[in-house]
Design a protein around this ligand. Structure first.
Ligand SMILES: NC(=O)c1ccc[n+]([C@@H]2O[C@H](COP(=O)([O-])OP(=O)(O)OC[C@H]3O[C@@H](n4cnc5c(N)ncnc54)[C@H](OP(=O)(O)O)[C@@H]3O)[C@@H](O)[C@H]2O)c1
Length: 334
């Protein structure tokens, strides 16, 4: 039985991780931690756990953590994460980090979009946790950088085209996310009165997921890829729908695309190639990514839908945990 700690258990991805682990047959929640002022019984924080999980969320005690857990799911914001992760690694735990702190390999790029990096030693060793592309590296990892939610949607939408070198190196990603993508503390923009019956673009030209997308797309394609990413926020709780526009290098047909995608994702437990445009309601509450590629006026348009909190965060983290510990990858998730 793998013993699992959740750090940042009072947040959205922390709660979703608890939910998945409660139905995991070979992993056991042993420790929940949050800021001192947030601590208490987890079912008092999240009513959905009443009668299902009455564990105490406690302030972080590293000695205790090392005694009771094999792996920590670190569900903290960026910057805060890299102040805790080195201590958990030094204490002998494996760590799956949900923040951006260990995703972007180029320190100068990270520092341009976030802030000064204070743990570059571990950054160099971290493995990017997108199982469909980096499963072999994840197997032996001590530190996994769990991907961002938008990058997960984008990369899974176009990975077969990138890998086979079938598209030009400039890509446009238009995506819309549900409001849980912003975490549990709403800003004025993401607060209910502005979100309700509304949809808007944000982070125009500046969104922090853009450099992560370009890094991973380049890893997959073996050459630089320019990504113009435009996020939108919509009035729903869960999900990301990505619409990605790519210029093919030669003529490509719908039949070729479907065959390429079905071959590429054959055997992948959580990627489904659909016969039409996917939608977020079909994947909400699941670890699935639905993809659909098609040709429109000579442009390849690829769609993907994921649940931002599950395939975009907690589900993917537990998929990574299963791989690290040699378990069936689908445990807790199917
Ligand atoms: N939401 C998504 O769809 C999504 C998807 C992919 C990745 N992520 C990433 O996952 C991480 C968690 O996101 P979330 O949506 O769960 O955020 P959230 O709902 O705001 O929860 C963040 C958690 O971190 C805790 N925290 C904040 N500042 C802290 C500090 N200085 N010291 C200790 N704990 C602190 C919070 O405690 P309090 O309860 O006291 O606030 C809370 O438990 C972030 O790095 C985010 O970028 C989120």
């Amino acid at each position: 039985m793998v013993r699992v700690a959740i750090i940042g258990a009072s947040g959205y991805t922390g709660a979703e991780s608890i939910e998945i682990l409660l139905r995991h047959s070979q992993a056991k929640l042993t420790y929940l931690s949050a800021l001192p002022e947030e601590c208490g019984v987890v079912s008092d924080m999240f009513g959905r756990f009443k009668g299902r999980c009455e564990m105490i969320v406690e302030p972080l005690d590293l000695e205790k953590l090392a005694d009771v857990a094999d792996v920590a799911l670190c569900c903290l914001p960026h910057k805060v994460s890299m102040s805790f992760v080195p201590k958990m690694l030094d204490a002998g735990l494996k760590v799956i980090d949900f923040s951006a702190d260990y995703r972007i390999k180029d320190v100068a790029v990270y520092e341009k979009f976030y802030q000064k990096h204070t743990d570059t030693g571990n950054l160099a060793k971290a493995v990017y946790g997108l199982p469909e592309l980096f499963r072999d590296k994840i197997k032996g990892a001590k530190l996994v950088a769990n991907p961002g939610c938008f990058p997960t949607g984008l990369i899974l939408a176009i990975a077969p085209l990138l890998k086979e070198g079938l598209i030009e190196n400039d890509v446009i990603d238009n995506a819309v996310t549900g409001i849980s993508g912003a975490g549990k503390n709403p800003s004025v923009k993401f607060h209910f009165p502005n979100m309700n019956e509304n949809i808007f673009a944000y982070g125009i030209g500046t969104h922090r997921h853009m450099p992560e997308m370009e890094q991973i797309a380049a890893d997959v394609a073996g050459k630089p890829v320019m990504i113009l990413f435009q996020p939108h926020a919509g009035p729903f709780d869960l999900g990301i729908l990505s619409t990605v526009y790519c210029k093919p290098k030669g003529k490509v047909t719908n039949e070729q695309l479907v065959k390429l995608y079905k071959d590429f994702y054959a055997g992948e437990p959580f990627v489904q190639v659909c016969a039409g445009s996917p939608n977020v309601k079909d994947v909400a509450g699941t670890n699935y990514c639905h993809v659909f590629p098609t040709v429109v006026k000579g442009t390849v348009v690829c769609f993907s839908a994921i649940d931002n909190l599950i395939k975009g965060a907690s589900g993917q983290a537990i998929q990574n945990m299963n791989i690290i510990f040699g378990l069936d990858e689908t445990l807790g998730l199917s």
